[in-house]
Design a protein around this ligand. Sequence first.
Ligand code: ADP
Ligand code: MG
Length: 135
Amino acid sequence: GHLPYFCRGQVVHGFGHGSKLLGICTANFPEQVVDNLPADISTGINCGWVGVGSGDVHKMVVSIGWNPYYKNTNKAMETCIMHTSKEDFYKEILNVAIVESLISAIQGDIEEAKKRLDLPEHLKIKEDNFFQVSK
Ligand code: ADP
Ligand code: MG
């Protein structure tokens, strides 16, 4: 559908409790950026490219959705940049291109696994004595 999806917005403070403690900083977008996401952008983990202001473009993963751990009530969009910087960049403009949903990547892996497991060499493992467990 909408991929690559480009959007930008100012980095705001998130709930502040946790991600840094867990070693994963996530730069949060304001509500209006999240509200503008097309409906067919997958919630969950997506990946793509990100630039802070006019800085270098880096790989990123972005989590979209409701974080059950923190009992978030609003949909959040949080970007983790795969590049270490010493400085916080709150209030800067984050420029994001979402290129792939990792959900559909995982679904692709599942389909590939289904095909491979039907190969004779793998099917014979299914018949291994290992699975002949007495009741
Ligand atoms: P908050 O709850 O305010 O979002 P986080 O603990 O999630 O706090 O940290 C996010 C902040 O950390 C970002 O807004 C940014 O200023 C800073 N930061 C530093 N390095 C990174 C990075 N590699 N990825 C994302 N944010 C980073
Ligand atoms: Mg965060």
